[in-house]
Design a protein around this ligand. Sequence first.
Ligand code: PHE
Ligand code: ZN
Length: 877
Amino acid sequence: MADVRTLPDAEVAPDAPPSPTHVTIRREDYTPPDWLVPEIALKFTLELDKTKVQSKLTVRRNPTSATANAVLRLNGDELKPVGIWVDGTPSEAWEMDGDDLLVTLAGDAHEVAIETEINPSANSKLMGLYASNDMLCTQCEAEGFRRITFFPDRPDVLSKYRVRMEADEARFPILLTNGNPVATGKLDGGRHWAEWEDPFPKPSYLFALVAGDLKPNRDSFTTMSGRKVDLAIWVREADLAKTGHAMESLKAAMAWDEKVYGREYDLDLFNIVAVSDFNMGAMENKGLNIFNSAYVLADTDTATDVDFDNIARVVAHEYFHNWSGDRVTCLDWFQLSLKEGFTVFRDQSFSADTGSPAVKRIEDVRSLRSFQFPEDSGPLAHPVRPDSYMEISNFYTATVYNKGAELIRMMHTVLGPEKFRAGTDLYFQRHDGQAATCDDFVKALEDGSGVDLSAFKIWYSQAGTPLVDARVSYDPGSGTATMELEQRVKPTPGQPEKAPMPIPLKTALIGEKSGAEIAPERLVLLDQPKQSVRFEGLSEAPLLSINRGFSAPVVMRAQRGPHDLERLAQSDTDPFARYEAMQDLAMNLLTAGARGEEVDPEPLIRAVRNTLDSNALDPAFKAEAILLPQEALIAERMDVVDSDAVHRSREHLRHALGSSLAAELKRAQASVMAGADRTPLAKGTRRLRSVALDLIAGGDPAEGVRLAKAQFDAADNMTDRQRSLAVLASLDGPEREEALAAFLDRFKDDALVVDKWFAIQAQSQRTDTPERVERLATHPLFSLTNPNRLRAVVSQFAMNHWAFNEESGRGYRFVSDMIMAADRLNPQIAARLVPAFGKWRRFEPKRSALMHEQLERIVGTAGLSRDTYEQASKSLG
Ligand code: PHE
Ligand code: ZN
């Protein structure tokens, strides 16, 4: 090959860690690309440690670009060009600008060819083309394509891809990429090739390639217009038997998207590949979704009910992206919630429709409160559509995903299902094949429905969770009640002043005596700092049922005493509000206890007893309702956090419930459902069983050990096994070690189950947990390079509120050591651990100082990645 130019090593030594470039990218600086790339042809000569990439770009000047720039900027990351050709001739008209390649072009349309060479085996960041086990796979979102070849790696440059792959046939019998296969053939030396074409123009972040020794679970789906689509889930041969649930989930998702959104699949085949080393959950590459194996593989012996639900959810999520993400993509990365918020809303609705909507809503709200609310009230708070970032990988957050979904849910609530559907139909039609913005989405909803939604746009731009106070006064004489509402958003980084937000609150009044709806549900739109609402014609004293179904993602502070809450926990006609009354009742006791106040647990004990005894409630709802709020959630409600006091308070209440309700709880714990049965009733029964077991252990630890060990030994499914082991892991006695050892011995060859073994210990509620977790990190099965394993130990431990915040700071040191060790290998994963320290300002002085110290230590580390630097420096504030 002619003109092989190599650069001085110092300039782009691919092995040296890139020095952190702390440049802030701003949304307001967006300009359209100067050059478009309507077509790209790629040729991969694949090998584990040396892959040649030859790329041919058809480029033309963008007519809508403001500048007539003769320089084509191609992004790169740890790449150096082996050769460059313009219109078939070796070119000298290029230079490097940092990691980017700049090619000077004379005319308006050219063909630019580039050759690069990469080493997938050495790619520990798991971005770009990398090796996992003995296969090769890609991850390109957000900016991984630039680690494969030089390219304008931005989502508003859409190209048609033609891809040729060549590899050793014995090692890599299966070659997959986006779109449809067009030709295959054999080469000398046991090599083979395959050529594929994707007819849909796409941004580079949706490119995917897989090469390996994989076996398919094949099926098919006939679309609403009668087209047959071939479906395949590709895994290692030994895992084939675990792909049935993912396949059923995929077909259910395809049918649901046709029925609910009118969206039909558009290619002749749809492939899913499972890989063991993956930074996130899964990726929606066009026609070739790549999944973390945790979200594909399941059977009842190795996966829990929660795992099964997560697989259905993630398979549906990635499939739904085919329209909300792939057919219509994002203009720039600031618009990430355009695809993610919407797609989360879509997967939440899918799961609600295929299971219990009330329980699904409770689960989604619990996760919003556990992950998004703390983000929104901490130093990393950012709007659903951020205004700036250093590293976009840090913005795949609960705010962009889950608050983004809540924002769309609010507009859905205001419009109702038919008008919302008219809006989304228009959105897909208007923007098909385009890179769009969040504003485009709202505009389409408005134009399609005829409803003005402009007020809701502030939810995209203003960070922070609104606090809403509500108070009802009743005048028996006139039979009227007045509800006073007040809203406030606390300042967040960069946003000291906040404007009032439109907050749709589904509200009803429940009769204090009758327990009936005496004022039927209505949608109250709170959009002023203060507002009052009147209710008339009331025949008895009202109880306030507000933010029913969690219609708005706010912190609701309704003034209701223990008596009112106990009544609502028994009679509220909205299941979410009923759950919420129970949680408020518990939360009030827990926070008072943590402040050192005497509390009376009797109203809660009565409410839990009523719930357990009810014949009207299903077991899954009961389990959610009686589950005590987690310590991190209690801490969120404290002015100053002392994690020991929070723990003591929760343990105290757990003991009170466990000992007062021993008989009722044992009945619930004793009801058994066969492991193979995954009906909502069976799943709910197992869930209630484990929640009851945990309370029993709180009341009587010795009895807890006995029952947990018996449940563990008798378990015929992973749900019962894992939950009983989790209870045992927090208790004393030889049974604990015995069970842990038996579990590992039985499942040591199943990586996903070994992850559970690590996670259970990292979550253990014991004083020696920090010390044990340090030892786990030296266990032969621990790994810093496998994201699932690292998360099983470190993220799970960092979420173990009591143990992580142990007062000597040992837990803090452990996590920051792990962050720094992981940062050298995989910055994305390391950076995701940093928010654990974000609450430092909220803690009592001693812990606060210890956390701060670790953040400073991280920020001061030489050679730190941009990812981790951004998270740690912003956490310091
Ligand atoms: N886009 C993926 C999803 O939400 C998430 C993802 C982001 C995966 C970045 C990998 C890398 O479906
Ligand atoms: Zn997504």
